[in-house]
Design a protein around this ligand. Structure first.
Ligand SMILES: O=C(O)CCC(=O)C(=O)O
Length: 283
């Protein structure tokens, strides 16, 4: 799904935040963390987050607690570094990153998604809206700017760095939920350049170069991420990640990336799914 340009007025937000509006301070924290309409600045993001917490914003305090852990401050450099990947397949290029996120961050993302999940949609480029399709019987929570928090902004930057792709190229993150028997049937994530409906979106943002999955829990059976090519079936432990390239080094689509989220046979599966483009939308 494509990120729509968002109206942002940092001056009005700053004035409201200085008057004690915790929501405005939290929004400025998110904007600073993402570099949207204001400079990308993690120190400013944390300052605004502390102001939001002081003003009684509901999630700002817990976000700060989560990010600082047991230490006095937030170590941004440590948060942005990720463990080394290991190759699962050369063609298509599929990498596993074990221990990508701490368990508490997985729990945070899952709890936020639990309140927001709704039936997963397939984006319809003709109408510009999502529609139900039998290919997706699972649920999804989509985190657009209205739903973004600083924890997720940090996770997104960590994903972008691990994938070697620019943060502004990330589409809005989704957390997927599968109950027993629900699946995301066989599909590809790249947008077919031969489909005229995709042309303007591809011209604006480029191809979905990579897909990044983070396993938010592991107390279920079945539910593997499956690739048709090579018959790979993968299940990470809680906090592990899976990264694959949807394109070849020359930028063309990799036809071998057809994959599926198979149905759990016991328990529920929660996974963060991130599609990465080459650039932000032109506004
Ligand atoms: O949930 C999974 O294992 C697969 C998710 C997926 O196919 C996607 O996000 O494109």
């Amino acid at each position: 799904m494509t990120a729509a340009p968002v109206p942002i007025d940092p001056i009005a937000l700053s004035e409201a935040a200085r008057r004690g509006d915790g929501g405005a301070a939290h929004r400025l924290a998110v904007l600073s963390a993402m570099g949207l309409g204001v400079p990308h600045d993690w120190r400013m993001a944390l300052d605004w987050l502390a102001k939001a917490a002081g003003a009684g914003h509901a999630t700002a305090g817990p976000e700060l607690d989560l990010l600082s852990g047991r230490s006095a401050g937030v170590d941004i450099a440590a948060w942005l570094a990720s463990p080394p990947p290991r190759a699962l397949s050369e063609g298509p290029a599929i990498l596993a990153i074990d221990g990508f996120l701490p368990a508490e961050v997985c729990d945070w993302l899952r709890a936020r998604a639990e309140a927001l999940a709704e039936p997963a949609l397939v984006y319809d480029f003709d109408t510009g809206r999502g529609r139900r399709e039998s290919v997706r019987t699972n649920a999804a929570a989509r985190f657009d700017l209205e739903r973004m928090d600083v924890v997720l902004a940090l996770v997104r930057e960590r994903i972008a760095r691990a994938a070697g792709l620019p943060v502004p190229g990330l589409e809005w993150s989704q957390v997927l939920h599968y109950a027993v028997g629900q699946s995301f049937d066989w599909h590809v994530d790249w947008l077919d350049p031969a489909t005229p409906a995709y042309a303007s979106d591809l011209a604006a943002r480029g191809q979905r170069i990579a897909t990044f999955l983070i396993f938010l829990n592991d107390d279920f059976d079945g539910g593997e991420t499956a690739f048709e090519a090579g018959g790979l079936r993968h299940r990470g432990r809680k906090g592990d990640a899976l990264l694959w390239a949807n394109t070849l080094p020359d930028g063309s689509i990799d036809q071998r990336t057809r994959h599926a989220g198979l149905p759990p046979t016991r328990g529920e599966k929660w996974v963060l799914s991130q599609w990465l483009r080459g650039r932000a939308p032109r506004v």
